[in-house]
Design a protein around this ligand. Structure first.
Ligand SMILES: C[S@@+](CC[C@H](N)C(=O)[O-])C[C@H]1O[C@@H](n2cnc3c(N)ncnc32)[C@H](O)[C@@H]1O
Length: 664
């Protein structure tokens, strides 16, 4: 890794110089990131200095792009529109690097044809609550990024967001009052002070006030920056009450088929369209309440839809592409859908992905999520960084070749040497992508030697061969023939460390509710490995009577993940993160979860999940998720709990929420 240069000066390395000369000789375009190398940003008068701050160009160049693998499509596309909304499971930094490639190849556009994302809203985890808890609770303190590391985590993501934005795009950054001064300084650096447009204060009036020895906090801050000089801004209006503007939930107007502000009893719009009522930068808006049944997904730190409606309506128009790369419960994308925007949501938590999936499949048209049902436009769920290998094998040649080249960050450039067709380049050396058509076709020392006969010294000092790990008949990272190194790039990996000079770290899933909003930094990729699971089921009443309950007692849970993670846990049940339950899975093949039970709770309850017997449908589905994001899925018929249809009333009404207390 190159040294950080806090002044933003660049000293072009020999490698970079050679790469520029090579690109120019070949008549290729220089991609935008070279601009920063060739023309370093003017020295700033001031800058936030901290340990481990990397140069922007290194961040852009060194981040791994992880290919987006389609995991599932929701809804069938009927329109001729080539765009499809995207929900991405993975680390947002790596996923954004892939999206950047998509932007460059013209696949990331607004409906009006402008390339890039028109509006980004992010609400990253700040974990400051846990910071203060840290002294008494070491467990909560452990894995979290703090101080300089945290700032660099955010800065890296802001740099990629800026690159992904359309020239006239904007970003809203939701911050925490304890960290916002740093975030604003970083935003000034990444976007430029001249692009700072607003400091919005979200003033909530219904937060529980603790008995603190200072003024209780009653607001959060949202910063608005534009990427360029121009950007969309729609003036918004709102009713005032005692001189204070009050943002209202939008309602679905069936006559105009649009969302409009609330109407009074006579059907007239409540707000009056005059300048005096223009919405300013203090937004008085209720926090989401547990009693808010229609909207609340019970996801920690979920934001209200009204807030996102203001954000999206003020700085975009229908058809624009909206992105939230810390998607959480999916408030941004649910509102984007209601307001007819295109959307991309990214989150590294399985809980978030399942919450969003369920939310998007049970949308209501009004902001606040009541009113008529709204069928979401088709969207695709992608894996970025954790792949289903069996699906890869079914890929056609073109898709497999693309995936292989992307995975190892190779340049896709077919060429021929000694009559042999090669696929691209990696660090200046040729790459061959190999597809194992049948198990008997293998790469052994003999294959390499005959390849070398064809290629000879024209191949240079080394060559890379990408193939499924099982296709190689030798274990070494490379074989040497006449001084030429033939590297085996195995899918999954073996040589990544040498190529990228870094260790892989896995996607981390939380084991308790406090950790749901931890920052997660995953580097690299892995393949899905179904954890080993055994459990017992049954039903009984707890001592002292009470209602009958079904139980699942987890006997064994072991992860098969192979990720190189120094802190890797191997003991029984140690890698369990959470169990998601759909009490009545019989209705469709769509998992719609009713409850989440964290490993921490389970451990305290003797690894037993308890569910009221009457809530269990003909079949229940349980997804046991490990801390790396792998799943063991189980469909458990009611009979396995000793519950038969006869005599056992099934499901008295739907379970209220997934927070419905599991009787552990
Ligand atoms: C504060 S929550 C967002 C809540 C959201 N605004 C809502 O209304 O529900 C932050 C989210 O960021 C996710 N996250 C943290 N680090 C991430 C990373 N590196 N990549 C993607 N998502 C990440 C967490 O899983 C969490 O869901």
């Amino acid at each position: 890794m190159k040294r950080a240069d806090h002044r933003g000066q660049t000293d072009i390395t020999t490698d970079q110089r050679e790469e520029i000369i090579r690109l120019l000789r070949q008549g290729e375009d220089l991609s935008p990131e070279w601009a920063r190398v060739l023309f370093p940003p003017e020295k700033r008068e001031y800058e936030l200095l901290y340990h481990g701050k990397e140069r922007e160009e290194d961040i852009i160049a060194d981040t791994l792009a992880v290919p987006l693998q389609k995991a599932r499509c929701f809804g069938r596309s009927t329109s001729s529109d080539a765009w499809q909304n995207k929900l991405i499971f993975g680390d947002n930094l790596q996923a954004m690097k892939s999206l950047l490639q998509a932007k460059r190849s013209g696949e990331l556009c607004n409906a009006d044809g402008t390339p890039g994302v028109r509006l980004v809203y992010i609400d990253p985890p700040f974990a400051t609550k846990q910071e203060f808890r840290g002294a008494q609770d070491e467990k909560a303190y452990q894995d979290k990024l703090v101080g300089a590391e945290f700032l660099e985590f955010i800065r890296k993501r802001l740099i990629f967001i800026r690159e992904l934005l359309a020239d006239d795009g904007v970003i809203f950054v939701h911050t925490d009052w304890k960290k916002n001064h740093y975030i604003r300084a970083i935003l000034d650096e990444v976007f430029g002070e001249a692009r700072f447009r607003n400091e919005i204060i979200w003033w909530y009036y219904n937060k529980m006030q603790g008995n603190v020895n200072r003024f209780p906090s009653n607001h959060e801050t949202i910063y608005l920056y534009s990427r360029g000089n121009t950007f969309t801004f729609n003036t918004e209006y709102a009713e005032r009450e005692g001189g204070v503007q009050r943002l209202l939930k939008r309602k679905w107007d069936s006559k105009t088929k649009r969302l409009v502000n609330a109407r009074d009893a006579k059907g007239a719009l409540i707000y009056i369209d005059t300048d005096e009522r223009r919405i300013d930068d203090v937004w008085r808006l209720s926090m989401l309440q547990p009693a808010d049944r229609t909207e609340n997904q019970f996801y920690p730190t979920q934001k209200p839809e009204t807030l996102l409606a203001m954000v999206i309506e003020s700085a975009s128009k229908p058809g624009d592409l909206v992105m939230d790369c810390f998607a959480g419960s999916g408030t941004t994308i649910a509102v984007a859908e209601k307001l007819d925007r295109r959307w991309i949501g990214i989150d590294c938590g399985k809980l978030s992905i399942y919450t969003i999936q369920k939310r998007m499949l049970s949308l209501r048209a009004n902001i606040g999520n009541d009113g008529p049902k709204l069928a979401a436009k088709p969207f695709t769920l992608y894996n970025a960084g954790l792949y289903d290998f069996s699906q890869l094998k079914q890929l056609g040649w073109d898709a497999w070749r693309f995936f292989a080249l992307q995975l190892f960050q190779c340049r896709d450039q077919p060429h021929k040497i000694g009559g042999m067709a090669l696929d691209g380049y990696l660090k200046g050396s040729s790459v061959l992508v190999f597809r194992q058509t049948e198990p008997a076709v293998r790469i052994d020392e003999e294959t390499i030697r005959s390849m070398h006969e064809a290629l000879g010294s024209r191949i240079g000092g080394r060559m890379f061969i990408i193939a499924p790990a099982l296709a190689f008949d030798f274990q070494q990272d490379y074989l040497v023939v006449n001084g030429v190194r033939y590297y085996a790039l195995r899918i999954p990996y073996s040589i990544i460390h040498e190529l990228h000079q870094r260790e892989f770290t896995a996607l981390k899933q939380p084991s308790d509710e406090m950790a749901v909003n931890d920052t997660v930094e995953a580097v690299g990729f892995d393949f899905i490995r179904v954890p080993e699971l055994s459990y017992e089921t049954g039903s009984n009443r707890l001592k002292g009577g009470g209602q009958k309950q079904g139980y699942i007692r987890i006997k064994k849970f072991r992860s098969e993940a192979v990720v190189r993670d120094t802190a890797r846990k191997t003991g029984n049940r140690e890698t369990l993160s959470m169990v998601l339950l759909d009490y009545d899975y019989a209705a469709s093949d769509m998992f719609q979860f009713d409850a989440v039970v964290y490993a921490e709770t389970l451990e305290n309850a003797g690894w037993e999940i308890r569910v009221p017997a009457e809530a269990i449908g003909d079949r229940m589905m349980a997804i046991f998720i490990d801390i790396y994001g792998n799943e063991a899925r189980e469909v458990i018929p009611a009979t396995k709990f000793g519950l038969t249809k006869k005599g056992e009333p099934r499901r008295i009404g739907a379970p209220t929420t997934r927070r419905e207390k599991l009787l552990t």
